[in-house]
Design a protein around this ligand. Structure first.
Ligand code: C2O
Ligand code: CU
Ligand code: CU
Length: 502
């Protein structure tokens, strides 16, 4: 029998229930008195407040010009912190564009380290000033991104975050992320359309972000605080009889969200920015880091219902042979509460006509095998004293090396094998994929997606149409600590894009 040390999360919760808390000075800080100095964790000060929406900036006349200033000092969980955000908020503003638009982002870096910007899930060119993960923006410098959204782009929920190799996890964990919505035509018949951007972070008693230790990076860090739109356990006030659309974005660095809503199914209408053919009622919607789900919620009777992240075992404790201090399934964590007012007898109908994109598939023109591994070996170079490397095909990331070369227009089948005892969320930029099958038997979603969990000691088979745009980009584990430790490769898609047909 192993005795597991109490996790910080548990300790925080228990301290909140029993131990004395002190309010430090006039700052509004509530610090757990029961925790040692230096290990003190912040207590959220805004639990139960109404859920807010990030500021929304929308394109006009085919163009969205937006300036995003990455800098320190944002309000999170009701407290002034030294966490990071865009334009002073975390999440940053919600960007809203339409197919065919030009998205122009002027990124200004007010951090003390390089950063850049990635539009996660957008089916756009990775070249030049586009969605190019190889760009680096120095402290004090700026960069003008020009991202052309193709006219045939699906309408849905995407997001943006930094992608500077080596510090991606640190920067997202510190708060740098925002929603990016592609709109198209008439909206669904819903009474509310909300972004629920879920992030996690660990803050000390002074509101500073707590960095993980080496072992926690190997496992993939999970923050003590799980926030929705930067708020701790906010409340969504919903009149009975409403039809709510929630766009849930898993912006956590490593945490898998197994979403559940007390007393209600989650009627999933979209995954990773693409509508399903029809709504599917689910007890639980599992989102790997990076995944998004749009769900419809239809409360018919009054009451308070928790939106939870249920415990999910992603194998991080097994990975460390039980040595970890933060291993094991996390949760359940309350993300938010739906407070339903009034009562009705009838359930409003679900929207039926979902604008599911058609995804023509050509014949498979090539097959590849990719192997995700964690272990000792020649790739080991992290100097962590752990003697462990996190690799794809036996090597860590090298931005100068082409790991895969693909002809534009090819449809390839990639089998991604995971030899480690942890799940790894596999993500490919710029070219979304169909999951054809997975070793744990998850039925294919039938639509294109951009992140898929590759189960521990298992595999997934993907079908990838390399269409639309050529260019060089990356695939990686979306446990962003793993990405920073080298679990990333490059794909170079060569050829000339056919001119857009009207
Ligand atoms: Cu959301 Cu390359 O990542
Ligand atoms: Cu991405
Ligand atoms: Cu991983």
């Amino acid at each position: 029998m192993t005795i597991r040390p109490i996790s910080r999360r548990r300790a925080l919760g228990l301290a909140g229930l029993g131990a004395a808390s002190v309010v430090a000075g006039m700052t509004g800080w509530i610090i757990d008195a029961g925790l040692p100095v230096g290990g003190g964790r912040v207590r959220p000060a805004d639990s139960g407040e109404p859920l807010r929406q990030p500021e929304m900036v929308a394109s006009r006349d085919g163009i969205l010009n937006v300036r995003l200033v990455a800098g320190a000092g944002v309000r999170l969980a009701g407290l002034e912190t030294s966490a990071w955000g865009y334009n002073g908020t975390s999440p940053g503003p919600t960007l809203r564009v339409r197919p065919g638009d030009l998205l122009r982002v002027q990124l200004l870096n007010q951090l003390a380290q390089p950063t850049n910007l990635h539009t996660h899930g957008l089916y756009v060119s990775p070249q030049a000033d586009g969605d190019n993960p190889f760009i680096s923006v120095d402290p004090g410098a700026g960069f003008d991104y020009e991202i052309r959204i193709p006219p045939e782009h699906p309408a849905g929920t995407f997001w943006y975050h930094p992608h500077h190799h080596g510090t991606v996890a640190d920067q997202i964990f510190a708060g740098l992320a925002g929603a990016l919505l592609v709109e198209n035509g008439p909206d669904l018949p819903v009474t509310a359309d909300r972004v629920l951007m879920v992030t996690d972070i660990t803050l000390d008693g002074d509101g500073h972000v707590v960095p993980p230790d080496a072992m926690t990076r190997m496992q993939g860090r999970e923050g003590d605080l799980v926030l929705v739109n930067g708020q701790h356990e906010p409340v969504l006030a919903v009149p009975a009889g409403s039809v709510e659309r929630w766009r849930v974005i898993n912006g956590c660095v490593s945490r898998v969200l197994a979403l559940r809503l007390d007393g209600h199914p989650l009627s999933q209408i979209a995954l990773d920015g693409r509508f399903l053919a029809a709504p599917v009622d689910r007890d639980q919607v599992v989102l790997a880091p990076g995944n998004r789900a749009d769900v419809i919620v239809r409360p018919a009777a009054g009451g308070r219902f928790a939106l939870l992240a249920a415990p999910y075992d992603r194998g991080s404790a097994a990975m460390m042979g039980g040595m970890g201090t933060t291993g094991g399934p996390s949760g359940p964590v309350t993300l938010a509460t739906m407070a339903v007012t009034g009562a009705t007898g009838t359930l409003p109908p679900l929207p039926t006509a979902l604008p599911a994109p058609t995804a023509p598939q050509g014949p498979v023109t090539g097959r590849r095998l990719l192997t995700l591994a964690m272990g000792t070996g020649p790739g080991m170079r992290m100097g962590m004293g752990m003697g462990m490397a996190i690799t794809i095909d036996g090597r860590t990331f090298d931005p100068g090396r082409d790991d895969q070369t693909v002809a534009l227009g090819a449809t390839e089948e990639w089998t991604v094998v995971n030899t480690s005892p942890m799940d790894h969320p596999f993500h490919l930029h710029a070219w979304p994929f169909h999951v054809v099958d997975a070793s744990i038997g998850t039925p294919p979603a039938g639509i294109l997606q951009d992140v898929v969990l590759v189960p521990a000691h298992g595999q997934v088979r993907l079908r990838i149409p390399f269409t639309g745009h050529a260019g060089r980009s990356v695939y990686h584990c979306h446990i962003l600590d793993h990405e920073d430790l080298g679990m990333m490769g490059t794909v170079n898609v060569l050829g000339e894009a056919a001119p857009a047909t009207p």
